[in-house]
Design a protein around this ligand. Structure first.
Ligand code: SF4
Ligand code: SF4
Length: 347
């Protein structure tokens, strides 16, 4: 397994890291078991966020719970990155204190501004960057990072010289511009943390995903909530997959099918004013063809899909989608397709 050094942070970790958003969906005992196994299996980098409900607390419990165990890693052997969506200095300070308490640590390795809509700079009037510098000077955070979903903002961040890491969606569906962003980060010594390596569940071939990532100077954080998922990533410590002609063919097929305007299932657009489950319904056409389709044809999902007819084009979701998708149009396209599948006209 290759290691990655994240830009100017000096943090060096195997190119196979833990995304802790999904552990909020399992109970504490299971989460702790999974996190312990991840460390034992070779992972040393764990990414969480204030916004992931009790994910930070689970990491705190897991790694404090190591105390007294043979082979307990000292705090320095684990890297913890967390994030805040704060938009004011007071909120940011409060979030940081909560994260430190939840994680049961006195410092955070990388503290990230979460899903930003602008590249925060010193003197921009928000006071956010100054607050980060203060926290760094106090030793509460070691490095300043940021996460973004919009390519233009990500490019500005990569060139700003202000952030040591950038977290951005990156998978084998990446565009030329995404690949250029990775290169820009490398040149500017900004560590690239790759989120959504499975593109919100649309990509299902872990070997192809890992082989793709290993070609770039990026750190993938795989979202993990089950031991079986974890084992699939841990297996790569023993046998890191190399890109082969067969994997290239799988990637090409997926790219041909999925490129263009597609919903990543991130959920940032919610809530819908009339209760449509946008993050599933706007990508139903792909999900139904890529998973066993019966699961998406149940009365529950038929009812959910029919809610699309209630869309009043209020535009509330449009303002929130980081990928600038035309959500009502996408939903309606998915509904037409879904009805045809239900009627047995196609799959
Ligand atoms: S435009 Fe339609 S889908 Fe979007 S929030 Fe409004 S009602 Fe919901
Ligand atoms: S429509 Fe946009 S914001 Fe909503 S789930 Fe899909 S990609 Fe995410």
């Amino acid at each position: 397994m290759k290691t990655i050094t994240l830009g100017s942070t000096g943090i060096t970790t195997p190119q196979n890291a833990f995304g802790a958003l999904p552990v909020q969906r399992v109970n504490m005992e299971t989460a702790v078991e999974i996190l312990h196994r991840a460390y034992d299996g070779g992972m040393t980098f764990f990414d969480t966020a204030r916004a992931y409900s009790d994910s930070e607390e689970k990491i705190g419990e897991a790694f404090t719970g190591f105390t007294g165990r043979d082979g307990f890693p000292s705090r320095e052997k684990i890297y913890i990155a967390t994030k805040s969506t704060a938009t004011s200095p007071d909120q940011l300070k409060a979030d940081l204190e909560t994260s430190l308490r939840n994680l049961r640590t006195d410092y955070i390795d990388i503290y990230q501004l979460h899903c930003v809509k602008q590249c925060y700079r010193p003197g921009d009037g928000t006071g956010l960057y100054e607050t980060l510098l203060e926290a760094k000077a106090q030793g509460k955070i070691r490095h300043i990072g940021i996460t973004a979903h919009k390519i233009g903002i990500a490019e500005e961040i990569a060139e700003s010289g202000l952030y040591e890491t950038l977290q951005f969606p990156f998978s084998y569906l990446a565009s030329e511009r995404d690949l250029a962003l990775v290169e820009k980060c490398r040149k500017n010594n900004v560590g690239f943390i790759a989120m959504k390596g499975l593109s919100g569940g649309l990509l299902t071939n872990a070997v192809a995903c890992m082989a793709f990532m290993s070609q770039y100077p990026v750190l993938p954080i795989w979202g993990i909530q089950r031991m079986s998922e974890l084992e699939q990533w841990l297996a790569f410590f023993k046998e890191p997959p190399a890109m082969t002609a067969e994997l290239e063919a799988i990637i090409k097929k997926d790219r041909d099918e999925l490129l263009g305007e597609f919903c990543r299932g991130c959920g940032y657009c919610s809530p819908c004013s009339v209760g449509i489950t946008i993050n599933q319904c706007a990508r139903m056409s792909q999900m139904i063809r890529r998973a066993p389709s019966e699961a998406w044809l149940t009365p529950h999902w038929q009812e959910e899909m029919l809610k699309i007819e209630r869309c009043v084009d209020c535009g509330a979701c449009l303002k929130r989608c980081p990928y600038e998708l035309n959500i009502p149009t996408l939903l309606r396209k998915n509904l037409v397709d879904y009805k045809e599948i239900l009627a047995g006209k196609k799959i």
